[in-house]
Design a protein around this ligand. Structure first.
Ligand SMILES: *Cc1c(COP(=O)(O)O)cnc(C)c1O
Length: 445
């Protein structure tokens, strides 16, 4: 169902929703250019509010904008003169105009690294391969982008507690944003996450609750809590604030294009957990085309999963439109969502743009982490091993074109998943503090 409905949209953004005046008038809050919530399945529109499912068909709601009357060159000037963080794109996000003045974690404007050494190893033409390195965000993952949006929505709707279900990175991002903004935070994670992620989430002083179960169990629990009086006044960034949260991923698309000189890349390799990030990168690219900020030409989006949690990749390879849930078992815990909410939309985008969805096993993930580190000096978390590993596999299989401009996403920091590489990295030698011992170890030039 989902895949069929979305299949009618195109790269040229002709199906981009535009709001009527009536929608805007009905909104109780000011969230800038955001005009309404619109159902991704049936198109039904409702005023902006903390809701995430369509009252008509239970489809997922997303933000529809009113970009009418914009002046492309004026918009470009305003963006370029903006702060070196995601708020430079405030005119394209569901936030009030004065958002930059409020306490937020201000993520974004991370490096787009020209990866010529990696390109040489992978057989990609010189100057054509880039790594968008989101480990440089305040809590060292891409999740700061989405949480920054959700925080503004929480403020607008009068929530005082920020919450989420998390595979790890989101917990830290919510903890930090809540601390900075003076919100209470109470976040829920699977009890067996990497120590780096647990410490990173706990250090901000909010409440952190381990659930005996996997991410999908945690998520189900949060949905229950929303309907209970105990969860009243709580903004769950990835549940009841999900439409706003999700828009944060568009800033990855905006930054990549601006950093390429207001140009679309030809190919993008994007990790998939729930699939939200991938679908919103596509939405962001379509908006830039619609607004005239980039030239309209084809781009391909490739999704990347770990073999131990590859429900979308499996569906893609089988030619299915529906995604069959899996029980995750992989070192890429940040991507370990066995029942990805945006799975069908990801399948549609990969097929519509001429991309693909591929997966790599845990050993290939570790190899790819080490490859990226030794070629470009970037230490990625396991999710970055997944995208680099999948890029390598797609090049080897002749699916990714090595002569085209390609951007591979690294969405998190290797310091959070040290265990993944700790067992086969370490000291080259241990010597006594004298030259004789140094020479014995064969380390001289
Ligand atoms: C959450 C996450 C993603 C992608 O998440 P989606 O649910 O697909 O939007 C990618 N990389 C890292 C490191 C993450 O934490």
């Amino acid at each position: 169902m989902a895949a069929q409905t979305v299949a009618s949209t195109t790269n040229s953004a002709s199906a981009f929703p535009s709001a009527s005046v009536a929608d805007t008038a009905a909104n109780p809050v000011d969230l800038g250019p955001a005009a309404a919530l619109s159902c991704r399945e049936c198109g039904h529109r409702v005023p902006l509010g903390p809701v995430f499912a369509c009252e008509e068909c239970f489809g997922p709601l997303e933000i529809a904008y009113d970009f009418s009357g914009h002046d492309t060159e004026e918009l470009r000037r305003r963006i370029e003169a903006g702060p070196a963080n995601i708020w430079r794109y405030a005119p394209l996000l569901p936030v009030p105009a004065d958002v930059a003045d409020k306490p937020n974690i201000n993520p974004g404007w991370t490096k787009l690294v020209k990866a010529d050494n990696l390109a040489r190893e992978l057989g990609v033409d010189a100057g054509k391969l880039f790594v968008k390195d989101d480990s440089g965000n305040p809590t060292h993952s891409f999740k700061d982008r989405v949480v920054a949006q959700a925080l503004e929505a929480a403020r607008a709707f009068g929530f005082t507690t920020l919450s989420c279900s998390s595979t790890g990175n989101l917990a830290g991002a919510v903890g930090a944003a809540a601390a900075r903004a003076g919100f209470r935070s109470c976040v829920f994670i699977p009890h067996d996450l990497e120590q780096g992620k647990v410490v990173m989430a706990a250090v901000y002083g909010g409440e952190l609750v381990g659930i005996e179960g996997n991410y999908d169990d945690v998520n189900r629990f949060c949905s229950e809590l929303i309907g209970d009086p105990a969860g009243e006044g709580w903004g769950f960034v990835n549940v009841n604030l999900r439409p706003y949260y999700a828009e944060g991923s568009k800033t990855l698309a905006y930054e990549i294009c601006e950093q390429l000189g207001w140009r679309l890349p030809d190919q993008l390799v994007v990790p998939i957990a729930s699939g939200s990030q991938l679908t919103k990168i596509d939405k962001g690219l379509k908006e830039l085309i619609q607004l005239g900020l980039v030239e309209d030409r084809p781009y391909k989006i490739f999704g990347a999963q770990a073999e131990g949690c590859s429900p979308v990749s499996a569906a893609y390879k089988a030619g299915h439109d529906v995604v069959r849930p899996q029980k995750p078992d992989t070192i890429a815990k940040s991507l370990a969502i066995g029942n990805p909410a945006d799975g069908p939309y990801v399948l549609d985008i990969a097929r519509r743009t001429g991309g693909a969805v591929e997966d790599v096993d845990d050993a290939q993930i570790v190899d790819a982490i080490k490859l990226l580190a030794r070629t470009e000096g970037i230490f990625a978390e396991t999710a970055g091993g997944v995208t680099v590993g999948v890029a390598r596999k797609l090049i080897e299989n002749g699916v990714l074109d090595p002569s085209l401009t390609t951007v591979v996403l690294n969405t998190g920091d290797g310091l959070k998943t040290l265990d993944a590489v700790a067992s086969d990295t370490g000291l080259t030698a241990t010597i006594r503090p004298n030259l004789e011992s140094f020479h014995e170890a064969g380390l001289g030039s």
